[in-house]
Ligand binder design. Structure first.
Ligand code: NAD
Ligand code: ZN
Length: 357
């Protein structure tokens, strides 16, 4: 038995208003003449948050387009542009949801690694550490702030740059930044965390490390989406810690059926991660009976729309593509269903599941 020896985020600050400490946090990381680059979710363009970014000298703000989930080509374009203009940079700071944070991780790595981000999609392929990188979430749930991956869609696959060089050097967890997220988006991203917990806690890879974080994260999600009857500051505070703990739970286990199936949707149809997971979770009674029951309750209570019929009219070829992508996520299936998962989840069975979505 070999135990995973995982790299973690080096520095963490948590608290309302902790964003105000950013200048002080970044000061020792600044290298003479080289800018800090802030990759900011395009949602914040023209919003007050932008005026609070501690810009100095030749610092750069780039509003990143997160309409689609990050592509390797976009990472390459951003990293190449910065290298051409500055040679290198002091650091890359991602401010936004999982997409902006993943872009920041990937761009930091690609400033110090040759070729295309697509060359590094997989496990432990990245050769050199990136430049200094920090993540500042404005949505809670993905756990991207603590994970050792950055999920990218490349020319041939959707897969992360999974490596010990990928985790952030610093994260700033300021729940004030998530305050005004739209109700549906907040739910979809929050459910990413809830689903991480269910998949981790119900999985065969579970150990006490994952369980401790997973149970805490689950309890926080339940407080926010089941028990409370209105959204307030405490909801933002709790969900931000749920996301962190949910991410820590996954660090030592794996996600499961909802993620494996949702990856297929995302690859073929471009369905976004949070909403895709919800669409799939809605149909997973067979695998996670208690979790799905509670999930449905939360959907109703929070008056959320979960799209239906998104696979209607797809061709056999298209179903096959989704099944290929999904079946490729071997560790997820093994975590969910055990070593003999291929006997349980056949292509036929998976096809019938996709047809229900
Ligand atoms: P997102 O980053 O894709 O953002 C969703 C939408 O919300 C965007 O339109 C964005 O502009 C907007 N937004 C962000 N913050 C906002 C705010 N405070 N107020 C209003 N709007 C805001 O959403 P997400 O669910 O956080 O992230 C999903 C992405 O994260 C996917 O690309 C997925 O692959 C990735 N992901 C990564 C990991 C990891 O470990 N690296 C884990 C899970 C998901
Ligand atoms: Zn997820």
């Amino acid at each position: 038995m070999k135990f995973r020896n995982f790299k973690m985020v080096s520095y963490v600050v948590y608290g309302r208003g902790s964003f105000n400490q950013l200048d002080e946090i970044l000061a020792p990381q600044r290298r003479k003449g080289l800018p800090m680059v802030f990759l900011v979710d395009h949602f914040f363009e023209g919003k007050p948050l932008v005026n609070r970014i501690p810009l100095r000298d030749n610092d750069v703000v780039i509003y990143v387009d997160v309409t689609y989930e990050p592509k390797t080509s976009y990472v390459d374009q951003l990293a190449t542009g910065l290298k051409q203009e500055f040679g290198t940079v002091s650091g890359v700071i991602g401010i936004g949801g999982g997409s902006a944070m993943d872009l920041a991780k990937a761009v930091s790595l690609m400033i110090n690694n040759p070729g295309s981000a697509a060359d590094y999609q997989g496990w432990d392929l990245v050769k050199n550490p990136g430049v200094y990188k920090a993540g500042i979430p404005t949505l809670s749930g993905t756990g991207a702030e603590v994970s050792r991956t950055t999920v990218l869609t490349g020319p041939t696959r959707k897969l992360g740059m999974n490596s010990d060089f990928t985790p952030f050097d610093q994260i700033v967890l300021d729940p004030e930044l998530t305050a005004n997220a739209p109700v549906n988006q907040r739910f979809y991203t929050g459910m990413d965390c809830y689903i991480h917990c269910i998949e981790s806690l119900e999985g065969t890879y579970l150990n006490e490390f994952s369980k401790s974080y997973g149970e805490k994260a689950l309890q926080l999600c339940q407080k926010v989406f089941v028990e409370k009857d209105h959204w307030d500051e405490a909801s933002d505070d709790m969900l931000m810690m749920a996301s962190y703990a949910g991410g820590m739970s996954i660090a030592y286990s794996q996600v499961g059926v909802a993620h494996a199936v949702s990856y297929g949707l995302s690859y073929l149809l471009g369905t976004k991660h949070g909403i895709g997971n919800c669409i799939v979770m809605d149909q997973l009674e067979e695998y996670y009976p208690a979790g799905v029951k509670e999930f449905k309750y939360m959907v109703e209570k929070n008056k959320i729309d979960i799209p239906k019929g998104i696979c209607k009219g797809l061709s056999d070829e298209q179903f096959d593509k989704m099944i290929d992508v999904s079946m490729g996520m071997k560790p997820l299936w093994e975590n969910a269903l055990g070593k003999d998962w291929e006997k349980i989840m056949t292509r036929d069975k998976l096809r019938r599941l996709y047809e229900k979505l």
